[in-house]
Write a protein that binds this ligand. Sequence first.
Ligand code: SAH
Ligand code: SF4
Length: 356
Amino acid sequence: MTETPLIDIKNLSLPELAQLLTGLGKEKFRARQIMQWIYARAVTDFTAMTDLSKAFRTELQRRFVISDWNPEAVETSIDGTRKYLFRLADGESIETVRIPMDEGRATLCISTQVGCAMQCDFCLTGTFGLTRNLLPAEIVNQVCAARKDGPINNIVLMGMGEPLHNLDNVIKALNIIYLPIGLDYGPRRVTLSTSGLVPEMAELGRRIEVNLAISLNATTDELRNRLMPINRRYPLDQLMRACRDFPLKPSRRITFEYILIRDLNDTPADAKRLVKLLHGIRAKVNLIPFNEHPESPYRTPDESTIRTFQSYLLDRDIVAIRRAGKGLDISAACGQLKGRLELRQPLAAKPLNQLD
Ligand code: SAH
Ligand code: SF4
């Protein structure tokens, strides 16, 4: 007799667990109790769930597992940034980064895919192509594991992968992360960053509340086509329209991430076009001086160019924050996450119509 594989309970949303339990003749509210044990009390063993009958606990054990992660490796930067390497069940690996903020707070940068299909020219993750999507449990477990290492205040989906290219699993993971009886991150504490998958942006807005960030990086289609192949499918006018249409709660803004690359997108003319693009959008701009890496010919602009660019925006009442490149010494900074992807051959650039 072959046994049915056990279901990882961390892949289930609350309604899904409730449905499975009612199918087993249990009360629906048991799902809440179980989620509370797992996410609020970090229990990883059904036998510890003492408000459930012994027989029920045994039954749960026969049908489900609770996956529980510990990093295979942790690196700590001189600035306190910590990078965790997680080994997945199929041998793949991903990275997650804890970034210390002011007043002892911390932001966790999580991955949504192994690799990424978007092949942005400046991004190390993108040069290896997509291996696979992460499951909801694999997204949630990054948070659960990092919390064992200290509190996490905010979560950003800015690690490896394009979250909107794995939309269903990302939405399920967010719903788990939001559960008030569990990890209890309100949608205001979570930011999803996208390279600009326009139809999925609309779908995201319809299905769930989350802060939105756009990796913009260029102000003309000509340059953005070159830097981010996705722009050939969804050019700037479509992207900006999708931003205007995105449902925003009062006092919320869309974040635009803009990597400053020397002599490429860092001129006053770029700043001027950026102001124009953002007209009528409740926006804030994150300026990220390009993190240099050996595989890339791009360079960071010099200090005065960065200041001039930022001042141009500030003078026109655009919130423009300069994001420090944290964790540079341990390759934990933006665009440097690759798990153990470096063991593979980088992809030759694929034509856009072959991006899946
Ligand atoms: N795929 C999504 C999620 C985050 S990707 C997206 O592109 O929005 C990682 C982030 O790091 C992006 O904002 C990207 O613009 C930035 N990034 C990539 N390579 C970088 C580099 N070399 N220097 C600075 N930022 C980089
Ligand atoms: Fe993928 Fe984002 Fe890197 Fe582009 S910047 S390759 S979308 S991870």
